[in-house]
Design a protein around this ligand. Structure first.
Ligand code: GKR
Ligand code: MG
Length: 449
């Protein structure tokens, strides 16, 4: 294509940011999290950016494919991705289990590094054509803003983690009530209700998801009831990441139909049955709509999920499925009468902008999107971070991804990354300060030992 700009440079920049002591089935978040950025330059003078999960594996995959990207035409980004897929071999380490038991060491195989390249190339193509990325996806722009949810976590007391080298952030002197609260201990139903209220006041959320799998199931139900009591019109969901047995999940669901809108991965594989089979039995028994980011993370898993009618809502994270792939899923789900949404992990604001693009291109009525951004808000790597207002994330107005990197901040986040003892997510590390000798068990809530 004679007129297409050419990629002249590709940088892979690993970065790190701060996190709270967020609790999940897999343990407690460390004081920091890592991500990888892809920064492309083209012959038209544009910069294209993408963000994906952190860790050395993903970083090495990205660095390994640079020769397949640099020198290629922006308009042929699909050919670039196709070449990457043809030339890269699946790693033998990957046993294909995925994350159906939330084994975090397998997340790096579910995440596909090349989707950060897809994002950066779509950013460049959009800038070249003068249209937002959402215009280039699926059937184009469906809406100008997309609803997002308040992703609530239990938070442990950070002072219990006595490691001096990388302490958790303290924001007790912030003027912003949410910034103060997110670094404090939140472990009771009253505190979870306070979290929801604070999030509602700051971001306008009317949808809330509680990360479960932390306390005994009944205590988590009590927290949801407290949120619903405070916000009777809000949609409230819970995601224990498959921590509950089928019978426990059925028991916990009793009397909760007026409180919970949908259940996300309430149970997982057990007794020789797969997570897909067990979730189907849960649906049959409770008639709750069920969402997942664990049992359908690729098309083959999705085939089995759909053929067993095991799920109603697929949280098709573009970092797992690709940007085109996530929208392809949205199209399919819409035509089948099912629901599309997005799953998230800790991320910077480049991913936030990417979620805005994908969310605004998804046909049908997406379920409000997940985003962890509220826990990182303020650690911006962009000059023009999209703002969540009234519970919605707007489509950036500029072409492409619609945002601009602040390189000073990027290099600072890279310097932080380079000082870290490890680049991999390890939720068991901080747990040792809460419960010495703690070990991950995908069937036992993190604080139930
Ligand atoms: O950030 O701890 C977390 C979440 O629990 C994350 O690891 C999950 O992948 O949020 C995710 C989910 O919806 O399962
Ligand atoms: Mg989930």
């Amino acid at each position: 294509m004679a007129n297409s700009p050419i990629i002249t440079n590709m940088d892979v920049i690993p970065v790190a940011g701060y996190d709270s002591m967020l609790m999940t089935l897999s343990g407690a978040h460390a004081p920091y999290f890592t991500r990888n950025l892809v920064v492309l330059e083209d012959s038209a003078g544009h910069q294209g950016i993408g963000e994906i999960h952190g860790g050395d594996y993903t970083c090495a995959c990205l660095n390994g494919v640079k020769p397949l990207v640099v020198g290629q035409e922006v308009a042929r980004y699909r050919k670039v991705l196709q070449t990457i897929h043809r030339m890269t071999q699946p790693t033998q380490e990957n046993d294909g289990e995925g994350i159906q038991t939330l084994d975090l060491s397998k997340l790096k195989f579910v995440v596909k590094s090349e989707w950060a390249i897809e994002c950066a190339m779509l950013d460049l193509l959009g800038q070249y054509l003068g249209v937002p990325m959402a215009e280039l996806l699926g059937e184009g722009v469906q809406r100008k803003k997309v609803e997002v949810l308040g992703y609530m976590f239990y938070v442990s007391d950070k002072s219990k983690c006595t490691s001096q080298e990388f302490p958790y952030l303290d924001e007790s002197d912030s003027q912003d009530p949410w910034f103060r609260l997110r670094r404090e201990e939140i472990l009771t139903p009253e505190r979870i209700a306070q979290e929801a209220q604070c999030l509602h006041e700051k971001y306008g959320f009317r949808n809330f998801k509680l990360k479960g799998g932390v306390l005994a199931g009944e205590q988590e139900m009590e927290a949801l009831r407290a949120v619903k009591k405070l916000h009777p019109d809000a949609r409230v969901n819970i995601d224990p990441n498959g921590a509950w047995s089928l019978s426990e999940a059925i028991q916990l669901s009793k009397g909760m139909h007026d409180v919970i809108t949908y259940m996300e991965d309430p149970c997982g594989p057990e007794g020789g049955f797969s997570g897909r089979e067990i979730m189907r039995e849960f649906k049959n028994a409770t008639h709750f709509p069920v969402a997942t980011n664990m049992i359908a993370t690729d098309w083959r898993q999705f085939y089995h999920t759909a053929s067993q009618n095991a799920c109603d809502i697929i949280l098709a994270d573009p970092h797992f499925w690709g940007f085109e792939g996530s929208i392809r899923m949205a199209q399919l789900l819409e035509s089948w009468g099912l629901t599309w949404g997005i799953h998230s992990n800790n991320h910077f604001d480049i991913t936030l902008a990417a979620f805005a693009q994908v969310g605004c291109a998804a046909p049908g009525t997406p379920t409000p999107l997940d985003t962890h951004w509220i826990w990182q808000d303020g650690q911006n790597l962009l000059k023009d971070t999209p703002q969540i207002r009234d519970g919605f994330l707007p489509l950036p107005e500029k072409p492409g991804l619609g945002v601009t990197l602040d390189m000073d901040k990027v290099w600072k986040a890279n310097a932080f990354y380079n000082r870290l003892p490890s680049h991999e997510r390890d939720d068991a590390m901080a747990m040792q300060y809460l419960i010495p000798g703690w070990k991950f068990d995908h069937k036992r809530p993190a604080l139930v030992r």
